[in-house]
Design a protein around this ligand. Structure first.
Ligand SMILES: [Zn+2]
Length: 467
């Protein structure tokens, strides 16, 4: 419950987020958004003017839900809050925590050579970050290092990338222009100028800063950044403050975490402090324990699968002493699903659905996007409800209500056996209502309630519509 409460708070923080954040949230979650979407029902006020996308993250991650635009008292309070906090770690090295839906940690070296920024957080906190960096007397961001592609680490690139050299793993550059990232509609300045697939040393503000490529677990483009004189390492989302991590379900592999973190530990000296992308800082002994947890839980889950058990049959208790490693972003059952899902996915090609649909709609409208979907579904049968949800959500963010309604309808017609059919009826109803089509909205709310009679939000809407 505590986790759910925190996630709800996170949602409230997240208004106004880039549309691009949403797909990422899901991928990092490694789970369906819909399970958690229900939590949002309580206490949400309704305003019948337009959609808003909400997400809750873990990565962190978030889980997203479409709700009506409204400003709650909690949000009004948060609007005036500082969301970017800088803490001095050493002479010129700062730990930065940004809150926008959830916390992300990153670091900056600020000194006579200018500013080296490791990760840029979401675009909605970039202006505040810029002001706070300037307040420290330095305005010149020379380098931006992205530790991986997720938009809670790269979303500010559009602000800082213009003046700085942007550095990352080569997989990031191509990725940021296609697939689900295409919905982010990143400008050129968000892209990379310099890539490394192995290692790179930067000399900046009086210290040597090795960058080490460690792709393959959280995502396929992770880096760590070691500030040697400061004895600080930023591990991005390879470190999770001593909790189960999340991973990118498309291009990451949860079952590779143990190996990748092990490689980081081989590289790092014993006296460094590790800054996690999410969660508390860690020492090397703590990271060794984290790595042991990763290694043991992976072994347990792999052995269970090999013995013929299904993912659902692998109990949390089977994780033994590691069963209590749950954190804000991942619980034990979620970690088991992540490991099992990664193992099962190996060797299977991923189908890029969103980019072709996005491009087809841009060229020839929503009908072309739907035709593209149908041809992909014929060629590669599967359940694409989550992709359709993400694409529909993007259309909601664009206030393309009729197009969104068509996509939510498509999800139900293509996947009638999906357990979240009721939610797609609801989403379709919301889109119809936003488009001013009360009659269609009423019908879809009723369809939703036929499958999910206790869904309070649909009941409320229906009461409003019918008087
Ligand atoms: Zn991430």
């Amino acid at each position: 419950m505590k986790q759910e409460l925190r996630l709800q708070t996170a949602l409230r923080h997240s208004r106004g987020q880039s549309p691009g954040t949403i797909p990422q949230c899901f991928r990092q979650l490694g789970t369906s958004p819909f399970r958690v979407a229900l939590d949002w029902d309580q206490g949400e006020r309704i305003h019948p003017r337009g959609f808003n996308a909400m997400h809750r993250m873990k990565c962190a991650t978030a889980v997203l839900l479409l709700i009506w635009r409204t400003v709650s008292p909690a949000e009004a309070e948060l609007a005036g809050e500082d969301r970017v906090h800088l803490t001095k770690m050493t002479g010129h090295l700062y730990r930065i925590t940004a809150v926008s839906g959830f916390e992300v940690n990153f670091v900056a070296s600020i000194g006579p050579d200018g500013i080296l920024l490791v990760d840029t957080r979401f675009k909605d906190t970039a202006a505040e970050l810029k002001d706070k960096l300037h307040a420290l007397g330095q305005r010149d961001v020379k380098f931006v290092i992205n530790t991986h592609a997720h938009v809670d680490h790269t979303g500010g690139n559009r602000f800082f990338g213009q003046q700085a050299v942007v550095i990352s793993h080569p997989a990031l550059r191509g990725k940021i222009q296609k697939g689900r990232y295409i919905l982010d509609e990143n400008p050129d300045q968000a892209l990379l100028e310099l890539t490394l697939s192995d290692s790179l040393n930067i000399h900046f503000n009086g210290e040597e800063i090795p960058l080490l490529a460690l792709p393959g677990s959280h995502d396929n483009d992770d880096l760590l950044v070691h500030f040697t004189k400061s004895k600080v390492v930023y591990m991005g989302d390879l470190a999770y403050g001593m909790h189960y991590p999340t991973y990118d379900t498309d291009t990451g592999d949860a079952a590779k975490y143990a190996e990748i973190v092990g490689r980081a530990l081989e590289f790092l000296p014993d006296d460094v402090l590790i800054v996690s992308g999410h969660g508390k800082d860690c020492t090397i002994p703590e990271m060794r324990e984290f790595q042991a947890m990763l290694s043991e839980t992976t072994r347990i889950v792999v052995e269970a699968l090999e013995s013929g058990r299904s993912t659902e049959e692998i109990e949390v208790a089977s994780l033994g002493k590691w069963a209590n490693y749950a954190g804000e972003y991942q619980d034990a059952a979620g970690w088991i699903r992540a490991l099992a899902g990664s193992v099962k996915k190996r060797g299977k090609p991923s189908v890029d659905l969103i980019a072709p649909m996005y491009l087809a709609r841009k060229a020839d409208g929503i009908g072309a996007a739907i035709a593209r979907f149908n041809s992909i579904l014929n060629a590669s049968p599967g359940d694409y409800h989550l992709d359709l949800y993400i694409f529909g959500k993007y259309l909601v963010d664009q206030e393309a209500w009729n197009d969104a309604a068509e996509i939510f309808a498509l999800a139900n017609s293509a996947h009638p056996d999906n357990p979240y059919v009721w939610l797609f009826w609801f989403l379709q109803a919301e889109a119809h209502l936003a488009a001013g089509d009360s009659q269609s909205a009423r019908e879809k709310y009723q369809r939703c309630l036929e499958l999910k009679p206790d869904y309070a939000k649909a009941k409320t809407r229906l009461v409003e519509l019918t008087g």
